[in-house]
Design a protein around this ligand. Structure first.
Ligand SMILES: [Zn+2]
Length: 317
């Protein structure tokens, strides 16, 4: 009997600081951060209850406080993967000079290797904003995979509209538009052509790309925030189509903010901009319980690095 296909739950550990930045809100200092303390505690408990080895994409600059770091140490000790979400979480990282990109990636790697004893195997760029230059940086460094592509035209159009509106109204967003051609990528994990990352590498030897999950056809992203719109019944209904689109590897991406709500401390100023914060944690938790149970009926859970390894080793020239 063959093993079931693999599912990976990934969580980007973006702090409240990052959300204030993207929404252009004033910062309130960089103390202990509720998504990175309470949020990470809750997700570790939830993953323990479901026996899920997850992948946490760590932002270096947000992870230096002792309380944040202690939780990352706990995550590592429990078998979760720590992967690189850069040090500074710059949405325009791909457009920065090469040396600056390298410094940011290196600083993120160092912080993770201090905790785990080894360099991270996976990378996710802020804001799904990847291009071939950034991918080449990662490939040279020997990364096993990148997971940054969001092949969702509705999301891309909405983001482009908000960003052009904000620049017209004189309050430019802290975000940065992603290359439109990435929308053409395959849905499931693939080896990305180094000269055109949205298509398969003809030589079949390049680094893996693991795109964000979307519902095939409509290409609506299936990520933590959109799960609240889909609901448990909607997810169950989408599951057969997801299983067909992701026969080998299903990856669902969350953010740390998906594990907190507006009654948790220090998030009052964000509620108007992040409506999903109004959903109580208990409601979210029972939704995630249902979603993880539905996934487990068809898949086995593993970290994203282990999932990608199960697809085949990268064959480097
Ligand atoms: Zn992020």
């Amino acid at each position: 009997m063959s093993l079931p296909p693999v599912a990976s739950i990934t969580v980007d550990l973006d702090s409240a600081y990052q959300y204030r930045h993207i929404h252009g809100l004033p910062q309130v200092g960089r103390g202990d951060d509720t998504p990175l303390t309470l949020g990470v505690e809750r997700l570790l408990d939830l993953f323990a209850a479901h026996a899920i080895p997850a992948t946490l994409f760590v932002v270096g600059a947000d992870s230096q406080r002792p309380a944040h770091r202690a939780l990352l140490e706990r995550a590592h000790a429990r078998g979760h993967e720590l992967a690189n979400h850069t040090f500074h979480h710059r949405y325009d990282l791909r457009s920065r000079p090469r040396a600056e990109r390298a410094a940011d990636i290196t600083a993120g790697e160092l912080l993770i290797s201090e905790i785990t004893g080894s360099s991270p195997l996976g990378f996710r760029t802020p804001g799904y904003n990847i291009d071939e230059a950034l991918l080449a940086d990662l490939s040279e460094r020997g990364y096993l995979y990148d997971s940054s592509v969001l092949p969702a035209p509705p999301y891309w159009l909405a983001k482009a509209a908000v960003m052009s509106w904000r620049s017209v109204t004189g309050s430019p967003s802290g975000s940065s538009t992603t290359p439109a051609r990435n929308l053409l990528s395959p849905l499931e994990a693939y080896r990305a052509d180094p000269s055109a990352l949205w298509r398969e590498d003809p030589a079949g030897s390049a680094m893996w790309q693991v795109p964000m999950c979307v519902i095939p056809g409509a290409r609506v992203p299936v990520i933590g925030t959109s799960l609240h719109l889909l609901g448990a019944k909607g997810f169950d209904a989408a599951m057969p189509a997801l299983a067909r689109a992701y026969p080998r590897l299903l990856q669902i991406a969350f953010h740390a903010i998906d594990f907190v709500d507006s009654t948790d401390p220090g998030l009052e100023d964000l509620v108007a901009r992040q409506p999903d914060l109004a959903v109580p944690w208990e409601t979210k938790r029972s939704l995630y319980d249902r979603v993880f149970q539905a996934i487990r009926r068809r898949y086995r859970f593993s970290t994203l690095a282990d999932a990608v390894r199960s697809l085949g080793p990268p064959r480097r020239a």
